[in-house]
Design a binder for this molecule. Sequence first.
Ligand code: GLU
Length: 295
Amino acid sequence: MKAFMTRRKSIFVAASAALALSLSACGGGTMGSTEDPTVADAPTFAAGTTMEKLSSAGTVKIGTKFDQPLFGQVGLDGKPVGFDVEMGKLIAAKLGIAADKIEWSETVSANREEFIKQGQVDLVIATYTINDKRKAEVSFAGPYYEAGQALMVNSDNDSIKTPEDVKGKKVCSVTGSTPAATIVDKYGAELVPAATYSACLEPLRNKQVEAITTDNVILAGLVDKEPEAFKLASDETFTKEPYGIGLKKDDTEFRNWINDQLESFQEDGSYKTAWENTAGTVIKTVPDLPALDRY
Ligand code: GLU
């Protein structure tokens, strides 16, 4: 546990430092075009497993964000791009499913558990924090990344630096997200709820709210798009948001198998490449795969 915590901490420090560096020099990073991963040739799986079912169906349904630069965003061609999307393509490839056979759907923060429970998706890879409340409804592989909550403000706002500074103030965040709950329950902000983070941008610009709160890496992507308008209130984060891959509750074989694949992506360099081609265009320090939560 101690080693786990220490490692988590060092990842945060590295990520914060990277954010500071890249944002101060920022000018609008563009995610490079990514090459689709090599697809496993006729992999075999034990009969009755989810891996076998998906592999023989030749398709997998994945829920991701459609409006979050760096992690999951639909481009002009209608295809999602980002680090979460790359994780999905890598997993699909191990099932023998090519990237163009993945069925993507938009999951927003509030509907991820339902989409998994109702079978609208097989997996959710969507900046999705692993926590006990969610574990009561779905299962999680990972974490494959560790983010932390932060605040974004208008670039001319120097009065908000820490979460204590938004007490009693209007802050936009997304319904069903962990940062929305934290900013109200722990810091006493007045939540202005939205369905997605992009829907918080105009209220902030128009000063209907004083800040937007969510994970630092989501905010970094939004700031990178509009560096003149917005900035991070601080490079510090005030929660830990370990990102997991959501799947049907108690599908332990599938969860263990995905965890094994995540480890292989770290070992063979595909995790690093996925980062560099997506989030790494803005957040320069390449993270290591965090210690997995193999519960
Ligand atoms: N990671 C947080 C969550 O899962 C915030 C990002 C999001 O809403 O997707 O709630």
